[in-house]
Write a protein that binds this ligand. Structure first.
Ligand SMILES: Nc1ncnc2c1ncn2[C@@H]1O[C@H](COP(=O)(O)OP(=O)(O)O)[C@@H](O)[C@H]1O
Ligand SMILES: [Mg+2]
Length: 247
């Protein structure tokens, strides 16, 4: 497939991406011909009803899952036909992922959780420790480094997960319902951290959320229905009477 000329300003490019799951006799088209271009440094949100393919899209972008057909370029490299080992390498060096359920390792404390991806990337012990300390300080958890996940609040666990996602200095940060398990005030502070990362570090950010208060903070807002992107809006929210704050 022709994916066009190389363009280093593009972080993510999908051409006619499909993902088909076969369950018994049934075919589920979780992604149904998605074309999408996200520029480096962009902050994009994705809304859509449950089952519309948001998580599948994020997992394909994040090299956790592979598409059934189509072309996917991540940071100007074709990845749709790479084997597991190469996908893992790209994921480690390029992608940070944040999940609704945090997925911290329960037996590791905060700093050990943040060090884990650096271990996988074979970063030396001293560097790992120094960098994990800096990252936890950045998310405001200097006084929680030795806490186990079950000794932390939901918001604190998600901040550890953000620090972990940044461990290997990714170009792209993907977040799947990052505020789904926390109260609205905590949700606000998590969003502020993500906005700062986007603004100060130029991180490309894709955030899935069914919460308009979260999704509407992104300068570019996609919606999905039935495995397709059905709208793509950019620019500030047009706020009227009772529309929530959009900044
Ligand atoms: N591993 C899987 N096996 C079979 N079907 C799946 C799998 N993952 C997702 N699906 C189906 O694909 C569709 C899209 O799912 P998903 O991407 O999780 O949607 P969303 O995140 O928008 O709720 C749904 O119909 C879902 O049931
Ligand atoms: Mg989902």
């Amino acid at each position: 497939m022709d994916v066009g000329a190389q363009d280093t300003r593009i972080a993510i490019r999908m051409d006619d991406i499909t993902k088909v799951y076969e369950v018994g006799e049934t075919e589920i088209r979780a992604l149904d011909g998605v074309d999408l271009e996200i520029m480096r440094g962009q902050f994009v949100s994705i809304m859509g009803p449950s089952g519309s393919g948001k998580s599948t899209l994020l997992n394909v972008i994040g090299c956790i899952d592979t598409p059934t057909s189509g072309s996917l370029r991540i940071m100007d490299q074709e990845v749709s036909r790479l084997k597991d080992k190469d996908l893992t390498a790209i994921r480690l060096s390029t992608i940070g992922f944040i999940f609704q359920q945090f997925y911290l390792i329960p037996t590791l404390n905060a700093i050990e959780n943040v060090e884990l991806p650096m271990k996988e990337a074979r970063i030396p012990r001293d560097d790992r420790h120094r960098r994990a300390t800096q990252l936890l300080a950045m998310v405001g958890l200097s006084n929680r480094m030795s806490h186990l996940p079950n000794q932390l609040s939901g918001g604190e666990q998600q901040r550890v997960a953000i620090a972990r996602a940044l461990a290997n200095e990714p170009d792209i940060l993907l977040a799947d319902e990052p505020t789904g398990e926390v109260d609205s005030q905590t949700s606000d502070s998590i969003l502020s951290i993500l906005e700062d990362l986007n603004r100060d570090r130029g991180l490309t950010m894709v955030v899935v959320s069914h919460d308009p208060n979260v999704a509407n903070r992104a300068p570019r807002r996609l919606s999905m229905v039935d495995g397709k992107i059905v709208s793509d809006r950019s620019g500030p929210m047009i706020t009227g009477g009772n529309v929530p704050r959009g900044t």
